[in-house]
Design a protein around this ligand. Structure first.
Ligand code: SF4
Length: 360
């Protein structure tokens, strides 16, 4: 099967794809994955919560919202020195990207944002890709982040537009899309996906993929999170997501956005090694790993660097080096920067030879 980079998926088409018998779906997704990506390679990121807790937003799943008693306290903005220390250990563990997360509704043009820009410069100059997830962003703020060397900006749409307003009331889906549009006005790559297990229907999941795949070009990174149920949030008692739903969602995402990195994100810790391997076969080629065994906060557990090394070794997979995604013009732009700069990008698995893939 030859995959197309389409922006016009209809809901019935997505439903037909998603409802394909599971092993057929995984087989198709694995084939498309191999057309666009090295199946032996995993992109590994490390999350750092640079400003934790006391978020004014009411996202029903989140440990950091000030609306819920989750045991996650408020912390001040982290010092750049501490960020660089954590990033250095991540780099030593083979991580290629550091994601800096702040529990803000939106970025303000103030001293705190200037400090974040310093962190972006500092970690990029270490030869690591930097992603930020800081809330809503204006075009000029996106441009400042681009100038500092930011590789990616994360802003998840979470679910369908209809379902979104039942889980978050303090901002709209349109606000979300506005920030993504501001990121698209720069060369910073876009990371946007969602969460399954919020109580949404299958159609909500597919409408989310429809929204994301309508973006031109597709988001370079699409995280698929499994809800981490946090005590104190309205979603603490939600039903578990069946593993088959996770694999189906990963495979469908891979088929709909073939060139994107599909990231198996929060909740991966709930999957055993075989289930994770099945997700990788179905097209997941990106994960978060952690020295502290949690994601942004202790409320959301993560597999450790050591456990992930054992898993990837067992599967014969390697960790992707920074700035070597051959689909990304941003990787090519930034590859001369920092200590781990890479001269050549080898793409032996791909029929689209060249330092940067020109397709789509
Ligand atoms: S998901 Fe982000 S915006 Fe929503 S409450 Fe949590 S930290 Fe705030």
């Amino acid at each position: 099967m030859t995959a197309e980079l389409r922006h016009d998926w209809t809901l019935p088409q997505l439903r037909a794809l998603h409802d394909t018998p599971l092993l057929d779906l995984v087989f198709r997704a694995a084939g498309v994955h191999r057309q666009f990506h090295d199946p032996r390679e995993m992109q590994v990121s490390k999350l750092i919560s640079i400003k934790t807790g006391a978020c004014p937003e009411d996202c029903s799943y989140c440990a950091q919202s000030s609306r819920y008693s989750t045991g996650v306290g408020a912390e001040r903005l982290m010092d750049q020195g501490k960020v660089v220390e954590i990033a250095a250990r991540a780099k030593a563990a083979g991580v290629s990207r550091v994601c800096l997360g702040a529990a803000w509704r939106s970025v303000k043009d103030n001293d705190q944002f200037d400090r974040v820009l310093g962190m972006v410069r500092g970690v990029t100059d270490m030869g690591l890709e930097v992603c930020c997830t800081l809330g809503m962003l204006t075009e000029s703020q996106a441009k400042k982040l681009e100038d500092a060397g930011l590789y990616a900006y994360n802003h998840n749409v979470d679910s369908s537009a209809e379902f979104y307003e039942t889980i978050i009331t303090t901002r709209t889906y349109a606000d979300r899309l506005d920030t993504l549009a501001n990121v698209r006005k720069t060369n910073v790559t876009m990371c946007s996906g969602g969460i399954i297990g919020l109580g949404e229907t299958v159609d909500d999941r597919l409408k989310m993929l429809q929204t994301l795949s309508a973006i031109r070009p597709h988001p370079e990174s699409v995280p698929i999170n499994i809800l981490s149920k946090v005590e104190g949030t309205p979603m603490a008692a939600n039903a578990d997501v069946p593993v088959w739903d996770v694999i189906r969602m990963i495979a469908t995402t891979r088929l709909v956005m073939p060139k994107s990195d599909v990231r198996l994100t929060a909740g991966r810790v709930t999957l055993d090694e075989s289930a994770q391997a099945m997700c990788f076969l179905a097209g997941a080629n990106s994960i978060f790993s952690s020295e502290t065994e949690f994601m942004l906060t202790k409320a959301v557990p993560s597999p450790s660097y050591d456990a992930d090394k054992v898993l990837l070794d067992a599967l014969g997979m390697t960790m992707r080096a920074p700035f070597t995604n051959h689909h990304s013009t941003r990787a090519a732009e930034l590859s001369g920067r920092g200590a781990a700069a890479t001269d050549e990008v080898e793409v032996p698995f791909c029929d689209r030879k060249g330092a940067v893939c020109a397709v789509g």
